[in-house]
Design a protein around this ligand. Structure first.
Ligand code: IMP
Length: 181
């Protein structure tokens, strides 16, 4: 049996299900206005944290959409970034001359975002690469990155829910919260 030291009843809610869904609609509207409606958009989600965000966001997009996922990790089981991006699966179709939207759950130190934006721009020669993150932990930034679409800013808390995990748990929660210290 798995033992988890943090229980859901102790979680304090930061962003409710409705707040998240309303904000995603706003972000999608911006994305619909900023990309050509007649050109396909490759939405590239970063596993596993962005799964719920990607699933809800793409339902509001109006252009022809292709969905891809890549798998990276910089955290392991810890609550602190290891400082290195581990590429677990970076396989992608040919993105030359395509419009690309990279979708992350949270930008923390910026290491993952920085690596990914460079990788897609340089290795794939995409026409346009934009970056969306549901959360921006701006106070933790070490590697500066330009985020085109931000859901919410968070301060220096370890947050879980709506794709974000603690030791693999809580990704399924429809809201985002944190454990008080
Ligand atoms: P970065 O490379 O340091 O910006 O970290 C990005 C990744 O770290 C995210 O995609 C998350 O998987 C993970 N992460 C960062 N902060 C949190 C958090 O507060 N809760 C859960 N995961 C987090």
């Amino acid at each position: 049996m798995n033992v988890i030291d943090k229980k859901e009843e102790h979680l304090l809610e930061l962003f409710s299900k409705n707040m998240i869904q309303d904000r995603i609609k706003e972000l999608a509207e911006k994305i619909n206005n900023e990309f050509d409606k007649n050109e396909e958009l490759y939405v590239i989600g970063v596993l596993r944290g962005s799964v719920l965000f990607v699933a809800d966001l793409v339902r509001h997009l109006k252009m022809p959409v292709q969905i891809e996922f890549i798998r990276l990790s910089s955290y392991g089981d810890d609550q602190k970034s290891s400082g290195k991006v581990k590429s677990v699966d970076l396989s992608l179709p040919n993105l030359a001359d395509k419009n690309v939207l990279i979708v992350e759950d949270i930008v923390d130190t910026g290491l993952t975002a920085h690596f990914l934006i460079d990788y897609i721009k340089e290795q794939h020669n995409a026409r346009q690469v934009k970056f969306a993150s549901l959360l921006d932990k701006v106070c933790a930034r070490i590697h500066p990155v330009n985020i085109d679409y931000i859901g919410f800013e968070v301060d220096d808390k370890f947050v879980v829910g709506y794709g974000l995990d603690y030791q693999g748990y809580y990704r399924n929660l429809p809201y985002i919260g944190y454990f008080p210290q």
